[in-house]
Design a protein around this ligand. Structure first.
Ligand code: ZN
Length: 309
């Protein structure tokens, strides 16, 4: 009896040892390298999602704060977005108003969240103003130096390159095992942006110095890159007063404005009032469309059509 038990135990031990050796020799197919989860990234706006997805493709899940059709400047996060933020490894900011208040709170609920300014290195320009607003204090608020500066930094090909590079750097640091892949995708993206710039240049080259009118001043960086001038109906994000509206109508007549550009998320009543007065059209350009590249090209064509005889 004792003899049999002893043999049994030895046998079990040997079998166990073999099992351990066999499993140790097998290639690991349950290791982290093969079932690695996607990178979790949060961005403020859809155009940033475009850059992240072009660079990291299907290695990333992107959580977008300001959804389609939402107003970016008055946006506040929803509870379910706070929840998905706790899963995120990186938050790419862009300089929207909500970030000032909410980013510290995000840090509180997700202390390991890395905050990366995707617009780092972009020199901010003043918001577009014009003769109608010359008497106004353009809002150099001492407590808020950002006020009076144009937050729509993503709306030019040159700035797009800077944003792409910031995103590339942060993703490569977060997941160095994919750095080569990210770099390759980034190179392709930059090539596409350069080609876009060439096409927009061709579309707008003979319109240098001309003025286009927008309701909301989102296209200042675009105008600067292509030597155009943006006239905005809004004054520092506010609806114009009656006297400002009258001044705008005069400017629009002087400048022979035939199209006033509005964006999908704003009321168009004031734009339509001016358009009626000067017999102009109202057309839509979207500063927040997700397909950033196609959107800039479409905007260039819309501006060109409005400016050409
Ligand atoms: Zn805006």
């Amino acid at each position: 009896m004792t003899n049999i038990n002893y043999k049994k135990i030895i046998g079990i031990l040997i079998l166990s040892l073999i099992a351990v050796i066999v499993s140790a020799c097998q290639p690991s197919n349950t290791g982290s390298s093969t079932i690695e989860e996607n990178l979790q990234v949060t961005v403020s706006i859809l155009p940033q999602a475009y850059f992240v997805e072009r660079i990291a493709e299907d290695l990333v899940d992107v959580n977008v704060m300001v959804g389609a059709g939402e107003e970016a400047h008055t946006y506040e996060p929803k509870p379910e977005q706070m929840k998905s933020l706790t899963q995120s490894q990186i938050l790419f900011t862009i300089g929207l108003e909500y970030e000032n208040v909410w980013v510290p709170r995000f840090k509180d609920i997700n202390p390991s969240l890395e905050i990366v300014d995707s617009a780092e290195g972009i020199q901010r320009i003043p918001l577009s103003s014009d003769h109608a607003h010359e008497d106004e204090d353009e809002g150099h608020d001492e407590e808020n130096p950002e006020q009076g500066l144009d937050p729509h930094v993503w709306l030019s090909p040159d700035n797009g390159q800077i944003i792409a590079k910031n995103i590339l750097n942060a993703l490569s640091e977060l997941a160095p095992q994919y750095a080569e892949e990210f770099q390759q995708n980034f190179d392709n993206l930059i090539k596409d942006i350069e080609d876009l710039d060439t096409r927009i240049d061709a579309t707008l080259s003979d319109l240098a110095g001309q003025k286009f009118m927008v309701f909301h001043p989102a296209w200042g960086y675009f105008a600067r890159q292509y030597d155009l001038e943006e006239i905005a109906v809004q004054v520092g994000g506010q609806e114009p007063s009656a006297s400002e509206l009258a001044a705008l109508i005069q400017i629009a007549e002087e400048e022979n404005i035939r199209v006033i550009f509005v964006q999908p998320t704003f009321s168009t009543a004031n734009a339509e009032a001016i358009a009626r007065e000067i017999n102009a059209q109202v057309a839509v350009v979207d500063p927040l469309a997700e397909d950033w590249l196609a959107n800039l090209e479409a905007a260039a064509k819309a501006f060109a059509a409005a400016l050409k005889d």
